[in-house]
Ligand binder design. Sequence first.
Ligand code: PLP
Length: 384
Amino acid sequence: MKIIPYGRQWVDASDIREVIKVLKSDWLTQGPKIKEFEDALCKYTGAKYAVAVSSGTAALHIACLAAGIKSGDEVITSPITFVASANSILYCGGTPVFADIQKDTVNIDPEEIRKKISPNTKAIIPVHFAGHPCDLEEISLIAQKHNLLVIEDAAHALGAEYKNTKIGSCKYSDMAIFSFHPVKSITTGEGGTILTNNEEIFKKLLIFRNHGIAKEKAELMNKNEGPWFYEMQELGFNYRITDIQATLGISQLKKINSFISDRREIAKFYNKSFKGNNYFDIPVEREYVFSAYHLYPIRVKDKFKVQKKEIFNKMRDSGLGIQVHYIPVYLQPFYKKLGYKIKICPKAEDFYEKEISIPMYPSLKDTQIKFVVKEILKIFKNYE
Ligand SMILES: Cc1ncc(COP(=O)(O)O)c(C=O)c1O
């Protein structure tokens, strides 16, 4: 039986043609395609600067470094996210502080952020869960009031809009990061980027991406050594993206509008098919946002909570490659070892017990979408 996954890439002949051209060119990495990809990302989002890197995780890591996160600093983030959002804080020696979610959007709740602010708070990492933007205006006001930086984890949200502004524009934040993993809005295999409007942050990001090394004369401490000269000014990393990946990204970005509109069409069909059902709740889209629908997370009603595992297994058995997004980060053994306790965020834990991500990706065929709807309703009907 061929499984229908919860998400997957769409790579076509034009993407493959472009990648082949790069493979035959002089530059496999550190060549012109990286800047071209970064320029295209800036043009699309409206941000001034982009730094493309090897993954969304690398993007988060150097975003936190550029924000100056260090030992003793607290950073507030959501528990309903991939572990990378919080791990990036730990990489810098900082302490992740988890603020509970809003019940409808599943995004970090600004009210809960307010409760978690301490004299040690340095930044907020809101995560646009499933491609639905967070309340950025409110988060930005909190940040201004308490002198905090905002790093948007927009791994799910390339193509989304908040109050008619593209996510990634950084209108309400200091930085935003995207991931280009195959299940995301566009793919480069592995890959990611940081967007910012702040030139100083941009320069730091460039240095952290490449071993902490500066080469441009204007950036050097010793300016007159010679044309070979480079200086390692920080402890950086090799987080470079290749020209092969960047080319795929350029080609994919040209198709972003149709990718997102396909996702939204599928969401519309699911919404219509599942409206008013007695088994599970469907995702909401607030009227001032335009969701990228990275995921379509359903939540079983309270009465089905105890049977969720069984229902999940039945769905898998019927060929649906469903998944659960996410286990609250602080419930992971590593975080428990650090001292995080159960019930820090009760709404997040309740969400985890109910959530199932059903197939959502642009190349899903009509017959597959109808099959998904039919199978899910059939499985729940057996539990009535
Ligand atoms: C919310 C979130 N943040 C960060 C990441 C990390 O991105 P990557 O897999 O490109 O390192 C992911 C990836 O799944 C994610 O879902």
